[in-house]
Design a protein around this ligand. Sequence first.
Ligand code: EPZ
Length: 417
Amino acid sequence: MSRFVVNGGKRLCGEVEVQGAKNSALPILSATVLTRGENILYNCPKLSDVDASLRILRYLGCDAKEQNGAVLVNCDGLCENEIPDCLMREMRSSIVFLGAILSRTGSAKLSFPGGCELGPRPIDLHLKALRKMGAKISERHGVLQCRAENGLKGAKINLSFPSVGATENIILAAVLADGTTTIINAAREPEICDLCDFLNCAGAKIYGAGEGVIVIDGVTELNAVSHNIIPDRIVAATLMSAAAVTKGDITLSGVIQNHLSSVIPVFEETGCQVNVKDGNMKFSAPERLNPMPLVRTMPYPGFPTDAQAPLMAVASICNGTSVFVENIFENRFKHVGELTRLGADIQVQSKVAVVNGVKSLYGACVEAQDLRGAAALITAALIAEGKTEISGIEFLERGYENFEIVLSSLGAEVRKV
Ligand code: EPZ
């Protein structure tokens, strides 16, 4: 178990570039299964989740490697349609390989996915949609046996919830299917748009990405492309949180303002100054932060659930009471107990967390239990008096590239041991 040791109280200043988006890179890596030739992915973040996807691609018989800061993937040699349990367990998003493998080979065998334990991680919406497209899926002893001998057929699919993963799986199953697929109540996240940009460049016919209705006309083949992964909006929100708690003044390069349209106003409510111009964000924080009256997580373009934890760390030292409502995942307050060990005053009642800001946090030994919870603990440690030791950094490395180096370059005192 690697740990971070943080000496709090250092004001963050300076400029960093925001890494590529994990939640865009992962579905795009799955999408390469459908293409002929060598794809080149630029701005692909160096993360353990990306490594896990590359290992899955290699296991399937694809050629996947990193070269000069880009990721090269050629799936011409694909010869497997099963992903073993050990690889599936490493992360939740490996379920997004299902649609792509099923479309490419006509059958797939996967176990139920792992990933952060954010409450039950059902995949009912994925399976219901794929069955509607002609897949025969049996679930036994945690293994999904999927077949589509006659290929997948276009269908009209109503999602009861705008699930990001289900939307991605349906798109990957539909781009080479026979006929047209319409997704009603599709997820609108920027990562969905990035996936569709990649696929359309490869020859797909996808219309309406980013809207609630996406239409996909099946085509016969897709050819490999070069693609620039969009910046990671959640890493940007996390760096804003780090600057906010340390009364910092930073510049983030590689920011797409409208991807943060529901995050920026929350920071402005606390008194932070945020100015975005030509992809660069200037962010500065006041001496004392005002509270965040109400932060409710919602599907995009609402406030992102992935930013709830880091912003709760900011709220823990605001001058007043902030309220968070977690509407997306059932069990996404596991960082509360650990923030409390650092001196935060937070009460949780089902999906509501009430944060009474305190004057100071104090260093302690804390343990991360999921990816964004780890980000919250590091954010709090940056302002906690004295030394904080954070274990479970493996969780952080799933989504944050060299984060101790990024924070140190802004003046934080963070060591990885
Ligand atoms: C994606 O997860 C992201 N992961 C998550 O980021 C993000 O929090 C989430 O979308 C919401 O934005 C990746 O993109 C790799 P969902 P996903 O399907 O696809 C329920 C991070 O920190 N649901 O939109 O799993 C589900 O239980 C990660 O980077 C069903 O009920 O999210 C949850 O309550 C964490 N049945 C809600 O929908 C289904 O079949 C949102 O899930 C699928 C989902």
